[in-house]
Design a protein around this ligand. Structure first.
Ligand code: GRG
Length: 261
């Protein structure tokens, strides 16, 4: 579990949780860190599962051997389950201590669990696994990635907003931001897979070869243009929040410049 989580990842999702919570005036400290860590644990669990021989069969992750190559498949599967369980435990405990007025502790657990299951990562991954290049159009690709990548970005932002006891309007604004950010992030990931080297990404290159991706459907320029458009939508969603949203605008800029990540 430590090997799967403590490698040199970017921690974009937990940063999103913290940035949303701080923007919306959350006062807690340890509880926010616990929520942010829970989101990262779910992400690391998904990476470990995604890398398994039955899925992507990847050798390299975060510049090191993948979890199953280092510790064996059985341990990798158990670690992935244990990371999910620990994430839900952390959210349950932190949510109890937060004492929110507008949200119940189980709302936070519900949103994270939804992002993991058939309406989130698992649903997106399952559709991705059965998809073939000849049956995958842009609409299906958006469905796959708004679930397998976007759902956890959404939950990351929602957990931060609930921890800050956000009003409904603010909850919805940051949700719109996070959905667009998540999809743009995935398109940038496709661009990196097509254009960057393992030394730059810490992952196997051309893992997507033979699969339908935003780059194979739209070309490099088309994929870049769509990512830019989604990031602009994301930033526009925050306009009613004014200058308070500056850290989230900066996060969108970071996502839009993957070469410098
Ligand atoms: C039960 C949690 C769970 C998952 C099962 C395997 C699976 C379903 C889903 C796969 C989801 C997945 C790995 C999507 C790819 C998302 C993506 C763009 C990963 C790369 O994220 P980065 O760049 O990685 O943030 P670092 O290493 O920086 O954290």
């Amino acid at each position: 579990m430590r090997y799967a989580t403590l490698g040199p990842g970017k921690r974009v999702r937990p940063v999103l949780t913290l940035a949303v919570a701080e923007m919306l005036g959350a006062r807690a400290d340890d509880e926010l860190v616990d929520l942010a860590c829970a989101v990262e644990l779910v992400h690391c669990s998904s990476l470990a599962l995604d890398d398994l021989p039955a899925m992507d069969d990847a050798a390299l992750r975060r510049g090191r051997e993948t979890l199953h190559r280092k510790h064996g498949e059985a341990v990798a599967i158990l670690a992935a389950f244990a990371l999910l369980a620990r994430a839900l435990e952390l959210v349950a405990d932190a949510a109890q201590r937060l004492g929110m007025r507008r949200y119940a502790p189980e709302d936070l657990i519900h949103h994270l669990a939804e992002a993991i299951g058939t309406r989130g990562l698992v649903g997106g991954q399952a559709l991705d696994l059965v998809s073939r290049p000849d049956d995958t159009d842009l609409e299906r690709l958006e469905y796959v990635h708004s679930h397998k990548t976007g759902a956890l970005f959404l939950a990351a932002a929602e957990l931060g907003a609930m921890a800050a006891d956000a009003r409904r309007r603010d909850f919805e604004l940051v949700g719109r931001y996070a959905k667009n950010l998540g999809l743009a992030f995935q398109i940038e990931d496709d661009l990196l897979d097509a254009l960057a080297s393992p030394a730059e990404t810490g992952k196997d290159a051309r893992q997507d070869l033979g699969k339908t991706t935003f780059v194979s459907l739209l070309g490099v320029d088309g994929a870049r243009a769509l990512a830019d458009e989604l990031l602009a939508f994301a930033v526009d969603s925050l306009a009613p929040l004014g200058r308070k949203a500056a850290p989230l605008v900066a996060l969108a800029e970071f996502v839009g410049r993957p070469g410098r990540r």
